[in-house]
Write a protein that binds this ligand. Sequence first.
Ligand SMILES: Cc1ncc(COP(=O)(O)O)c(C=O)c1O
Length: 493
Amino acid sequence: MSVERLEKKATIDLRKKHVGPSCKIFFSHDPIKIVQAKGQYMYDETGQRYLDCINNVAHVGHCHPDVVKAGAQQMELLNTNSRFLHDNLVLYAQRLQATLPDKLSVCYFVNSGSEANDLALRLARQYTGHRDIITLENAYHGHVSSLIDISPYKFHQLSGAELSPFVHVAPSPDVYRGKYRADHPDPAAAYASEVKDIIAKVHTKGRKIAAFIAESLQSCGGQVIPPVGYFQQVAEHIHKAGGVFIADEVQVGFGRVGTNFWAFQLQGADFVPDIVTMGKPIGNGHPMSCVVTTKEVAEAFMSSGMDYFNTFGGNPVSCAIGLAVLDVIVKEDLQGNALHVGRYLANLLEKQKEKHALIGDVRGCGLFVGVELVRDRLKLTPATAEAQEVIYKLKEELILLSADGPHRNVLKFKPPMCFTGEDADLVVEKIDLILTELEEALGLKLPNTVTIENDSKKRKLSTDENGDQYPNSLLHSREGSPRVPQQTKHLKT
Ligand SMILES: Cc1ncc(COP(=O)(O)O)c(C=O)c1O
C-alpha cells in the first residue's frame, strides 16, 4: 500500500477547503507532508528523512513496535468504556501510581491534556469550595474554554481580551528574563511572595483561591526552569489560603527531565502537588491522559453527588498502550538516556554560547532544553526573527525544531526520548553554521552589541506583523521565498 494517498497539492487544497483556518500548520509557506515515522525520524512523501527534535508526544519513539503491538492486540479483543471491570485499567492505575509519591493515589482517565486540566479545575473547586485560580504569565494549559481563561499564552493573542475576574496571573519564575533573575539573592522566595501578594489582594476583594496551576517546567512559556524551592513556598501560601497546587506535567512528565520521572520532583522530595495532570507522552501518540490526586480531593469530588463518566477515558486499548509505554521507558532506560543525552546536548549548546553572540541562555533538564536567542546579551533584546531563521534553515537541513516563548525566540528541544548523542552532534553542528552565517550578516560579535547603523554590510531592521523588529533580509530564504511572517504566530506542539 502506498503511504501517500493524494498528491501533496491535493492534500493542501483539501485542507484549505475543509479544515478550519485557525488550525495552523508548521512551515505554512512550504508545509511538510509526513507519511511515516520511526524512532526519532519522520519521513515525507518522497522518503526524505527528518530528524525530529520537537515531538515529545512520540515519547518512546514514533510507532514503537511494542506500543503498536499492545494497542493492536487489545483492539482485536475488546474496547469499551470503563463502566465494565477491566484489568488493564486497574493495572495501569497501579503502575502509574508506583511512579508517584504515595499521597497521589487516585486516578481519573481522560483523553487529552485539556480534558485533564479542565477536570483538575473541577476537582480543585469542589474540594476547596473556592473559585479563583492563580496561573503563570505565558502559561498554556489547553484549548477548552475553562483553560483559555487561565492561559495567558493564548488569551494575549486576542485583541482587547480581558482577564476573567476569577483568574490571577503571577510572574513567570524565569530567572533569565523575568522579574527576579539569577543574580537575585533568593528568586524562589521572591517569585513565591508574588503569589502570596496576589492571594492577599484576592482576599481583599472577598474572593477565594481554589488553585495555583503551573507546568512543572514552563514549555510554551519559553522552556522556563523555576528556581528550586519556588513550588514548596507557593504551595505553603496556597494551602494557607485553602487552595490546592496543580502541577501540569502534560509536556514534561514521564522521565523526560532525566533525573526524575516527574518534573515537579526537580523541586525536591519535600514537594508533592495535590493534583497532577498528564497527557501527550502518556500514550506515545494515542489520545489518552490522566489526572492523579489525593484520596481527600477525590472523596470531596464524590461528595458532590454527581458521578463522573468519560466515554473513552481509561478504555482497555488506551490502558494497554499506556502500560506498553511504561514498559518501554524501563526496558530501554529512556529516562537514563534523557539524562545522559540531555546533558551532552546541553554541554554542546553551552559551548556554542561561548562562540555565538546570539545565544543568550541555555537551560534545561534532560531532554527538555531551551536556547534563548538575543540580539544583545545585556538588554536581552529577543532575537525573534533570527530564531525563526534558524528553524527554517534547519528544516532545509532536514531537522525539525521549533521556537517558542513570549517572544518566540527560544529554540526548544523536546525530542523523542530515544534521541542519541549523534543526533545532538548533528543538530548542534547545523545550528553552529546557521548562527555563524546570521551573525556575520548582522555584524554581531562577542561581546554582544547590536549594530544597526547605516552600514551596507549590515542588515536593516523592519517590523513584522506583531510589531517585533527583525532584519528584513531574513524574510527570504536562499531561494527568495518569504518565510518569517508565516511563522510569527505561536505554533505549539
Ligand atoms: C502544558 C500543556 N498543558 C495542556 C495542554 C493541552 O493538551 P491537549 O492539546 O492534549 O489538549 C498542552 C498542549 O499543548 C500543554 O502544552
